[in-house]
Design a protein around this ligand. Structure first.
Ligand code: R5P
Length: 285
């Protein structure tokens, strides 16, 4: 058995290799002068079961995954499990307007062509897993995020909207504190409105937990509202830290005390390692 780490997920692949006691295959990945990608697997994986680890964000990493999957097939591997720490395009999980694709389904269909099984972490919605045409499973980073936040003496965990309430509830149980949610309305891709909802946050330490931080609009607006209501400290945590554009600046200038993310997408805020949760799922499935 071998683990192959794509360039987007080297750290997770190395951690998984340690957790599962499975060697990492040596690979080469480089760009041609016209920027097309070249990959090569150097170890002999013929007849082996292989775990490919690659986040599919940004788009160039999807191409790398396709090439790795093909290289694994061409090398005569027995089975390919594809681990996708962050599965991109999850937010276009249906047609919102006529003429749109179901992007999550389009990507899942293509990945399934060269995979025997898919493992991912906190997909934006669980039903996205049904878009794969091979068995697909997910694990949640919430226990790891909650374990990190437990040391911060948080009084209240908040979800930015009702849809994310279950995550806040799960985290609050581990952290031994209260949970609630805010009321978010998305105006467009970069603008959200957080309605004032009376929460008991005066002089409290609050943590907001979401699956994704993208533009940072959701978190920045939520922090401002909580500060208005007298929160003493606000922590923000997510599984997938995309931190697009000025996200970090927006969140920091709203008065955030700490930004926490996992390493499904590597950033300065990747304080929580996701490999143990993936390893546990791989052992079970
Ligand atoms: C949306 O449904 C997601 O759960 C996140 O709340 C959203 O993607 C965050 O986006 P942004 O950081 O751009 O507000």
């Amino acid at each position: 058995m071998y683990i192959i780490g794509g360039t987007a997920s080297k750290t997770v692949a190395e951690d998984l290799s340690r957790e599962l006691h499975v060697p990492l295959a040596k690979t080469i990945s480089k760009r041609f002068p016209d920027d097309e990608l070249y990959v090569r697997i150097l170890d002999d994986i013929s007849g082996e079961d292989v775990i490919i680890v690659q986040t599919t964000y940004p788009d160039s990493n999807i191409v790398e995954l396709f090439l790795l999957q093909d290289a694994v097939r061409e090398a005569g591997a027995n089975k390919a499990v594809v681990v996708i720490p962050y599965l991109g395009y999850g937010r276009q999980d249906k047609k919102f307007e006529a003429g749109e694709p179901i992007s999550a389904k389009a990507i899942a269909t293509l990945i399934s062509l060269r995979a025997n099984k898919i493992i991912t972490v906190d997909p934006h919605k669980e039903h996205i897993l049904d878009f794969f045409t091979v068995p697909a499973f997910s694990c949640s980073a919430i226990p790891q995020i909650a374990a990190y936040l437990k040391n911060k003496d948080i009084d209240l965990v908040l979800a930015p909207d009702k849809g994310a309430l279950d995550r806040a509830k799960k985290a609050s149980k581990i952290m031994g504190c209260d949970f609630d949610c805010m009321e978010k309305t998305r105006i467009d891709g970069t603008t959200v409105e957080i309605k004032p909802k009376n929460l008991d946050v005066k002089d409290k330490k609050v943590a907001i937990i979401d699956d994704i931080i993208s533009t940072g609009g959701t978190m920045a607006q939520s922090i401002k509202e909580l500060k208005k209501q007298g929160a003493r400290q606000v922590f923000v945590a997510c599984t997938h830290g995309l931190f697009a554009g000025e996200a970090v600046k927006k969140i920091s200038s709203a008065g955030c005390n700490e930004i926490i993310s996992t390493d499904t997408i590597k950033s300065d805020f990747s304080k929580v390692g996701i490999a143990p949760c993936i390893a546990e799922l791989l052992r079970k499935k």
